[in-house]
Design a protein around this ligand. Structure first.
Ligand code: SF4
Length: 345
């Protein structure tokens, strides 16, 4: 805690408040995303939705549009559902214990611990990836965290190590200190043991083998897929976008229609747009990396003569969009980049 006060991060916008709405918003955004990226999104979100009631009242499209580019869109959908649950089930005030917070959509045990300790000084730990690394090293915790009982055991250790006095000040400081240590000193490769305040107590640091921790055997299975993106473009340079289904990759976001083969794309374009093959243009394919999947994207530009029967433009949740329109839609980051580079005029 002393180290946090002098060497930790103390000036981030969400640290200047104990408002659970702001702390929750920052915690969700910080999952899998760097602080420097979150800063801008956090402020734009607060400008648009200053409190949980305004966020709950927004449409999912508005929320996804503001989230656009942060990735992991299930976070945004859960954020919205969580705001609605807080308003409908908790009268607009976040519950004050980690146990209750963890019942809300998108709030796992660690995020619940962060909100409860930062905002309500509850004596509960967090165990995100950074803190997990610090703790397993300090304790030389060799058990495989792929097994649930070992994970539970680590939570118990984490609980016991929480401060026991002056919790109002101590809990937020301790929680932030653990996060900061994991983010800045006890990093995955070449941790800074020589300048670490935990060095005297750290078993892995003393043994000189911190990189052996944490132990987790299960590896993420990666897969890959190829998607063809049909960029139907009208004479005004507008692109046809439609909303994706509510589940799966890019759920609920707007995108050009996606097909698993060029032949499928062709069938769709011919069926709906009477588009002549001659004017089609295949743009350079590119790779988009998701957590579990490599997406090989193949954009195909198809000029559409709307007068010749562009019937799909009438479909629900679809539109012909120029830059001014797609700026306000929730788009997957690679699609936004593609549209901006090809069609922004
Ligand atoms: S001494 Fe090294 S391994 Fe131990 S907590 Fe500090 S940085 Fe991590």
């Amino acid at each position: 805690m002393q180290w946090q006060a002098t060497h930790g991060r103390n000036h981030l916008p969400w640290q200047q408040t104990r408002d659970p709405y702001r702390v929750w918003l920052s915690e969700i955004m910080l999952q899998q995303t760097q602080v420097s990226t979150v800063l801008g999104y956090y402020q734009r979100f607060l400008d648009a939705f200053p409190d949980v009631v305004s966020l709950a009242a927004a449409s999912q499209d508005e929320v996804l549009a503001l989230w656009s580019g942060l990735g992991y869109y299930s976070r945004a959908r859960n954020l919205h559902r969580c705001a609605q649950a807080v308003v409908q089930e908790w009268g607009g005030a976040f519950p004050r214990t980690a146990e209750e917070l963890a019942t809300l959509p998108g709030i796992g045990r660690s995020t619940a611990g962060a909100i409860a300790s930062f905002c309500f000084s509850e004596r509960v730990p967090i165990l995100d990836a950074n803190v997990r690394r610090v703790l397993t090293r300090v304790l030389a915790f060799e058990a495989d965290l792929a097994q649930a009982r070992n994970e539970r055991l680590l939570w118990e250790h984490a609980q016991q190590l929480c401060p026991t006095a002056n919790l109002t000040e101590a809990m937020p400081r301790y929680t932030q200190g653990m996060m900061d240590l994991g983010a800045s000193i006890c990093v995955p490769r070449n941790p800074g043991c020589l300048v670490c305040p935990l060095q005297p107590a750290c078993r892995a640091g003393r043994a000189g083998n911190p990189e052996n921790y944490p132990v987790k055997t299960r590896k993420l299975k990666r897969s890959s897929a190829s998607w063809w993106l049909l960029l139907g473009v009208d004479a005004k340079g507008q692109v046809w976008l439609r909303k994706r289904p509510g589940a799966g990759i890019w759920a609920g976001l707007y995108s050009p229609p996606v097909f698993e083969s060029y032949a499928e794309l062709q069938r769709f374009a011919h069926a709906h747009w009477s588009a002549a093959d001659g004017a089609w243009r295949e743009l350079p394919p590119f790779l988009h990396v998701l957590t579990h999947k490599d997406l090989h994207l193949h954009p195909v530009l198809v000029p559409v003569d709307k007068a010749s029967g562009a019937i799909v433009s009438e479909a629900e949740d679809a539109c012909w969009a120029s830059a001014g329109i797609w700026d306000g839609l929730g788009l997957p980051a690679p699609v936004r980049k593609l549209l901006d580079s090809e069609f922004r005029r």
